[in-house]
Design a protein. Sequence first.
Length: 298
Amino acid sequence: MAQAPERGVPAGYIAPLAAVDSARFGIAIVTADGREFAGGDGDMTFSIQSISKVFALTLALGVAGDQLWTRVGVEPSGTAFNSIVQLEHEQGIPRNPFINAGAIVVTDVLLGRHEPREAIGEMLRFVRMLAGDKDIFVDETVARAEEETGFRNLALANYMRAFGNLRRPVEQVLGVYFHHCALAMSCRQLARAGRYLMTGGRHPETGHSIVSARRARRINALMLTCGHYDGSGEFAFRVGLPGKSGVGGGILTIVPGVASIAVWSPGLNERGNSQLGTFALERLVHRTGWSIFDPRPG
Ligand code: DON
């Protein structure tokens, strides 16, 4: 497929992702007062990949509480999403829940006493509830493709198991992890699913507490500092918002108290984050003054 260089290059290591048309671009914005805007391919589904790590973390905090932080750190890694280098120095405790190693530990927590199928079902139900949309699904083709090529993730998981930081069998944990990553959602569904992080942890439609305000604040903090791997500094510099990227080309971004935004464009920059998506968010923030570093009225 011909590439326009300014759009970046779609991920090549998961076959179905490499086949997505790199000319796609979508955006959706849901505001705190309930308005919804979508543009371009904002209603087309794509593989959310690592963005699922935000929802997995939210669920795992509900299971393990703050004990989770004894098994996963809260520091930016400064390394690639699938890096193994820090794990040896840090005795199998991943730097943060958004690198692959961290999300694999989070998935181990979610498995708890469940069977893998139940853990996948729980995540799917959670995301559907957040978005208020029963049509969200797991793309089995993507999950299987990753299972066939997930050698680095297998290495990370085995390494952490050797340090005693995985409780369940590696194959089970990775099976669930790959299915989370294979969630297929549109920008609109994703922006809706992210609303609880804009509202201090409350579901805007039901008023139910998804997480406490303190947890919502902490998840946002981790998205700001760790949500784009070794590109987190650049994302904070250019956009200045909590954000989580995925190699499918999606980014979920939160403007606390104001909006939940999802963008999607499959072409990635050299750090595996959506090139056009980041550019679009940079332009949006410039126009709206929505960066968390912009002065707030009052
Ligand atoms: O584990 C993997 O490699 C993928 N399922 C997820 C990686 C990912 O999305 C990294 N984000 N930019």
